[in-house]
Design a protein around this ligand. Sequence first.
Ligand code: NAG
Ligand code: NAG
Ligand code: NAG
Ligand code: NAG
Ligand code: NAG
Ligand code: NAG
Ligand code: NAG
Ligand code: NAG
Ligand code: NAG
Length: 794
Amino acid sequence: MEMDFYFYFVCCFLIFFSKASTAIDTISVSESLTDGKTLVSGGGSFALGFFSPDPSSNNSYLGIWYHNDPNKTVVWVANRIHPINNSTAVLKIEESSGRVVLQLQNTTAVWSTNMKASVQNPVLQLLDSGNLVLRDGKDSNPEHYLWQSFDYPSDTMLPGMKIGIDLRTGFERRLSAWKNWDDPSPGDLTYGVELEGAPEMGLRKGLKKYALSGLWIRNGFSGIRDVRSNPIYDYDFVWNESEVYYTFSLKNKSRMSRVVLNQTESVRTRYTWNQETQTWESYATRPSDNCDKYGVCGPNGNCDNNMLPVCQCLTGFKPKWPERWKSSDYSEGCIHSKPVNCQRGDGFITIRRVKSPDIKNLRVNKGMNLKECKTECSRNCSCMAYTNLDFTRDGGSGCAMWFGDLVDIKQFQSGSDGMDLHIRVSASETELMEKSKAITLATVVAALLGCLLVVCYILRTRRKLKVEAEDTNANDKENRDENEDLELAVFEFETITKATSNFSFRNKLGQGGFGPVYKGTLTNGQEIAHRNLVRLLGCCIHGDERMLVYEYMPNRSLDYFIFDQTRREVLTWSKRFQIISGIARGLLYLHQDSRLRIIHRDLKVSNVLLDGEMNPKISDFGMARTFGGDQIEDITSRIVGTYGYMAPEYATDGLFSVKSDVFSFGIVLLEVITGRKNRGFYHANRSGNLIEHTWMLWAEGNPSDIVDDFLVETGDLPELLRCIHISLLCVQQHPEERPSMSYVVLMLGSRNELPSPKQPGFLFCNKPFEADSSPDNEGSSSRNEISLSTLEAR
Ligand SMILES: *[C@@H]1O[C@H](CO)[C@@H](O)[C@H](O)[C@H]1NC(C)=O
Ligand SMILES: *[C@@H]1O[C@H](CO)[C@@H](O)[C@H](O)[C@H]1NC(C)=O
Ligand SMILES: *[C@@H]1O[C@H](CO)[C@@H](O)[C@H](O)[C@H]1NC(C)=O
Ligand SMILES: *[C@@H]1O[C@H](CO)[C@@H](O)[C@H](O)[C@H]1NC(C)=O
Ligand SMILES: *[C@@H]1O[C@H](CO)[C@@H](O)[C@H](O)[C@H]1NC(C)=O
Ligand SMILES: *[C@@H]1O[C@H](CO)[C@@H](O)[C@H](O)[C@H]1NC(C)=O
Ligand SMILES: *[C@@H]1O[C@H](CO)[C@@H](O)[C@H](O)[C@H]1NC(C)=O
Ligand SMILES: *[C@@H]1O[C@H](CO)[C@@H](O)[C@H](O)[C@H]1NC(C)=O
Ligand SMILES: *[C@@H]1O[C@H](CO)[C@@H](O)[C@H](O)[C@H]1NC(C)=O
């Protein structure tokens, strides 16, 4: 439909304006294009003409470039291999055959369209999509192209282009990089469809696979993080009897975005045009990390960026050569820990959120559901894994089975990324898994002073807590899990003593503000849903003692990582960004989505715990206050919290609201970006704390100076700067000027323009009532430190 409309628009344009304007977009038989002349597409987006990548050389090429880009960024080259050297060339339509040819001095053709049909009235036209098309001027169907440049892409993918294979003819459209910035001839880095048992997209270097996208599951590639909600582009992958291809389109047709291969860097990068600065900005790059590169962890290895080392054997597997594995040689990969044995029957274990293994040795049965798939796979001893496959997008099913080693698996962390893979292991292995699954560790907090306000509320009313799903991208199964009603369990005292070996010293984790913290193991442990708040599993009242049972967070708290010179590298920028977004969602839940409006009052990096997958969970509701649905703020005479994180109006006047939490969030955000503490920040030439310092750098236009060097090297600088901007908005002096958490979540998830921050609320730490403030966990390794020494009366 759009194309039709577009075409008529072009026609009108031609009829009414072509005579007046010098820009033309077509060539017919009697016309030609020579050096120095250009065709400009109807809407003025693209131009076709001759260009020299290196003006000091004699080589020139016929190409298409962005007409509005002062640097004339080239998107397509006709004569990639045969440059025109020191001579004049002419582009014209050959009268006899109707072919388009690029001729040198009337004699040799350096390039021509390879088409068979001869046409009476051929017309060459540059469309506003950047597609150069040849059609029959007499043909009533304007979209019937005899030839089009989109079928012969160079290094650039434009919106509307299909990169893939026509399965009826076998014709393939594939990108190939320029050899060098001054040489458009094809390098060995190429990008296109990989088609074996099923299709996926892949980069190749020469004949070798270099970075694969993973299978398309539901509506995205299993090896690429879900980016559906990005503001720039939409994408699709089509696989049916007639064709298989990847394509993208622009959400806003007036934006510009392109995907380019770069030979020297061996990457595929998406650029988007920034209208204000009039430059191309790199939007995303693949491979984005080592785990994206093909098979880095060898057969049956799992690449996990959040682990050190990144290569792990799949569950149920062990390194084939342990010594080599230890010395970081992963090429030989892993083998089953216990050999599979078809006669005695094997089992399957499920690994979640992974990129699909390489499609070699893959067999697909589109008509089978998951259960049939499992039966089929368990029947054949060489079937190593299976998964549910859905190319149809309408909730249909399909079965994918791998025969042989599983290569190129990558581990994802967050909800909707990756897919589930069911791997064959020996029966004894699955029994082991079942047992360990039943044992979920839990932390037991022996609360000496009494139940927390929130908890008491929950306990007293004994109401069911409905846990709302936060991650809208989560797949159906997870939504179901998360929507289940949960009731706060009341544990027998005996259970707790047993779990902690009678509160044995060995199980003591540390001392919190409320009392000692023990680690314990509950035999009836439940599986833990993915959310951004530490889950309270239950409570126990024994005489005067009140105990709270929390889920156990094996990875400790955020400060354990970001303030440590070596451990900080575990948290790459993308991981940090995920953590920041998780904290924002958790806080938003407290402020808005939970039935009670909850003000945390002591948000700080040491109160953000990380689970085994580095998902952040806000903990320690020791000071939280609940509000009625419409209550906005409150005043307290007892100020509790942690200096360095407290909003000025709270620290000085005891005024607290959701906006004082937003302030603390702003500080947490800044600390995560900079890897430095707000409190105790020291700079040789400057005075003041981290906020003040950031504000000064911001005013000077150098905000990036504050960022942790290691993040600048590996991170996405525009995203980093955006987060600094957001943090400054959160720490503004006046609470009413600070954004709400819902707005913060929105800002983090989009690339829309942000308001300018005003003067932040500076607060110096050395105030006399410091004694009441909690320790900032300086150098402390206890995670569950509770930052309050006495509980205020209600
Ligand atoms: C360009 O062509 C001229 C004449 O053929 C030649 O002398 C000159 O070296 C060439 N320049 C380059 C950079 O190749
Ligand atoms: C132009 O290139 C051809 C081969 O591509 C070469 O034979 C010829 O010498 C070149 N001419 C000039 C002037 O460089
Ligand atoms: C070839 O190159 C020489 C020197 O660079 C230049 O003078 C001459 O005009 C060029 N010839 C053509 C046909 O471009
Ligand atoms: C190319 O052909 C045109 C006419 O066909 C003629 O006018 C022109 O002189 C020729 N140029 C050369 C360099 O032979
Ligand atoms: C690849 O990227 C680098 C760095 O951005 C750039 O300098 C180089 O010119 C690019 N190479 C090609 C072939 O475009
Ligand atoms: C394949 O999918 C494309 C795009 O959805 C569609 O245009 C085409 O008709 C389909 N072909 C078949 C045979 O289903
Ligand atoms: C599309 O982008 C243009 C230029 O960036 C902008 O002016 C326009 O408002 C956008 N349209 C929509 C619907 O977002
Ligand atoms: C053009 O390219 C130069 C050099 O690569 C770069 O510095 C400049 O920013 C670019 N300009 C635009 C408008 O892209
Ligand atoms: C198992 O699958 C492999 C690979 O498809 C096949 O070659 C073999 O014949 C199958 N074996 C049985 C017993 O079905």
